[in-house]
Design a protein. Structure first.
Length: 370
């Protein structure tokens, strides 16, 4: 029978993700609206976004945090275009976004010395193939595959190259071994449920040294430039953005950071996400028509959780339409390039009781479309 109880919040999209519990647009601080981002209040807000990010993430001394244009994509492109080419590159890709970085490196940057290590959806590539002398590109969590990296032991402390990590679905949701990572990118609209269009760029001292010692043999658009006169543009990492940001989005991000602090910090956010995943794990264990796309439990994402179903592609589409029509789950179809299935966001902005309320509807919708 059709369930009666519905999730209070049916937003399970993997990006933009659900707003934090209790979010109210009219509660945002709006003193920066209508003001220049270069005014004192604008600079203070942007600087606070960088400082609070570094503090909450407990970044090592010397790591810098900057707000950059173009969401996570912009941040990753900025890093690749300004830093790659000094050394051979090892690219590890196992889902659409990682494979997108590979395409950009080979087809747009057209680097000669590129080693491609790929895996199919649901699996990870062989990280043991990483070379000490090479730069490394990889995603920490495959948003479109539901597969995450479970450790960084394969990254050597004695590495000569840089590690560039797309971590947009993992920062604030998974433990990040910062000392192993030289460039980390993420966006506001993922784990924290913020707004789109703005990216975060985290640089280690090794990454700064690369920027100041290496000049790529290619034109760089203004929005990609991180140095001036051979020196890092430090202002970017104090809130002096390259272009004009949305101060409303900045206020929204500061609200999300404040919420993380209120619930107990990053560890509390990680634990909440893991508890959400456990709800789905129990559900899957009791049914034979649904399974995780991730084939190894230890590499199962606790944010973008992807499923395969014992249904045809058309039946899965019917199922997602039914759930949306009933207003119990929005935007949970798998990513367009991924195998047909469901994708349910389990980050900390999603409440456990909403996931529990959703599950009987999954049973109902499955029976309806069979």
């Amino acid at each position: 029978m059709k369930p009666e109880n519905k999730p209070a919040n049916p937003n399970f999209s993997s990006g933009p993700c659900s707003k934090r519990p209790g979010y109210r647009l009219d509660a945002l601080p709006v003193s920066t609206l209508g003001r220049s981002h270069r005014s004192s209040v604008g600079k203070q807000a942007l600087a606070k976004a960088c400082e609070d990010t570094a503090r909450l993430l407990n970044l090592p001394s010397g790591y810098r945090v900057g707000v950059v244009p173009g969401s996570d994509t912009g941040a990753m492109e900025m890093a690749m275009w300004t830093m790659l080419g000094a050394r051979p590159v090892d690219v590890f890709a196992w889902e659409s976004f990682g494979k997108g970085w590979l395409t950009d490196i080979t087809k747009q940057l057209k680097l000669d010395q590129v080693n491609c290590h790929e895996a199919e959806y649901g699996l990870l590539p062989d990280f043991a193939k990483a070379e000490l002398q090479n730069d490394i590109i990889f995603t920490w969590n495959g948003t479109t595959s539901g597969v995450k990296v479970d450790n960084a032991e394969w990254i050597s402390d004695d590495r000569e190259g840089l590690t560039l990590c797309d971590a947009t679905s993992s920062v604030f949701a998974m433990e990040m071994p910062w000392e192993k990572l030289d460039v980390v990118t993420f966006s506001w609209q993922k784990v924290l449920g913020g707004e789109g269009a703005h990216g975060m760029l985290i640089l280690s001292p090794r990454a700064v040294e690369r920027l100041e010692s290496y000049t790529p043999d290619r034109p760089l658009p203004k929005v990609f430039r991180l140095t001036s006169g051979g020196k890092l543009m430090e202002g970017i990492f104090r809130g002096e953005t390259i272009n004009t940001p949305s101060m409303l989005c900045v206020a929204d991000y500061l609200d999300a950071l404040n919420w993380v602090e209120e619930i107990g910090g990053v560890n509390a956010a990680i634990n909440k996400s893991c508890r959400n995943l456990a709800v789905l794990e129990r559900f899957v264990a009791e049914r034979d028509w649904i399974d995780f796309l991730a084939q190894v439990q230890e590499t199962r994402s606790n944010t973008s959780v992807c499923f395969t179903l014992a249904l045809t592609k058309d039946q899965i589409k019917q199922m997602t339409k039914l759930l949306e029509a009933e207003e119990v789950a929005f935007d949970i179809g798998s990513y367009r390039d991924a195998p047909a299935g469901l994708r349910i966001w389990c980050g900390s902005t999603v409440e456990e009781q909403d996931l529990k309320a959703l599950l009987p509807w999954l049973d109902w919708a499955y029976q309806e479309v069979r």
